[in-house]
Unconditional design. Sequence first.
Length: 403
Amino acid sequence: MKMLINGEWVSSQSGEEIKKINPSTGDVFGLFPAGTKEDVDRAIDAAEDSFDSWSDMTSVERAKILYKARDLIAAKREELEGLLVSENGKILREARDEVNGVLDQIQYYAEFARKITGDIVEGDTSRRKIFQYKVPYGIVLALTPWNFPGAMVVRKLAPALLTGNTVILKPSSDTPFTAEWIVRKFVEAGIPKGVLNLVTGKGSEIGDYVVAHKKVALITMTGSTATGQRIMGQASANMAKLVLELGGKAPFIVWKDADIKNTLKTLIWAKFLNVGQSCIAAERLYIHEEIYESFMNKFVEITKKLKVGDPNVSDVGPLINAGALKSAEKFSEDARTSGIKILTGGKKADLSGKFKGGYFFEPTLLDNVPQNSELFQEEIFGPILGAAPVSSIEEAIEKSNDS
């Protein structure tokens, strides 16, 4: 793959590349450029040079390019679905849902073109009026995650571009190919050179550098809480505006009058969507003590039936990389050593053939997890869910807010 800088598809200045691993097989998926600080500087210069002409266009004119990009993506949506499956490990039906989200989000933001309004305020005399109108920030740095690599790219690109900003896109090193595919569609749609730039590489080498760059006016980032905290410190010197979407530890409460069948269906989705790799995934399960045992028995039964393996045909795909697999194994081992009962799962999935080397982990349910356990306090970001009984709604809410 290539980076996009000032309208040209280029390799890194250093010529170095980074291996991207297919999480389903453990094999090399492809190579992408290891961008340098010099590459970042060139991208920022291009974004700065193109800002005046881009921001001078009307929002309606800019929206036409967004609509065109949407149409180009829709025409080749199966390519993007396949890329999400192979690069990210997303199961096919979830990949299809994500592409729907990609298309919907571009259209949603493009439709704002005629809704960008200002205001007229009374001045200090009857003949004086104050006109207020919105202007773009300038250069926007978009840092996107790997767990929804299509949807999160367009969620950041579309509104920034529509409102007249120029953009530097730095995607996760786990899913750079998806970002490149989408950016190419924006280029085909007619985005002027320099307005949208794509740089790839290690966060420790170019991520930290671009975050602290004095010409970046706004940083929009989705990722871990720890990364967000680091970015806050790095960006503070230049007073760049920050838009951060960070981690979570979402509770899921089941009460004794719940529709058990529908609740189980919802819980399976809330926990195992994207193998639990979502900041809004169910991370803690609180169940009324009167139905705790019966509910968990049914939950375990359904969870054991989930098919793990080939993301084209399975219910649960792989974790994103070897580090994520090790993390899941560590959480499970910590549960064992703490005396927490593992009701199902708790280990790497034993697969054969080309998927033997993939980063698959069995859907895992833990019984009666203490509130102060790391399993209830730290984001797991994987297919592991702990449960605990509660006796009152007040207790459930108090524990939900304690993480």
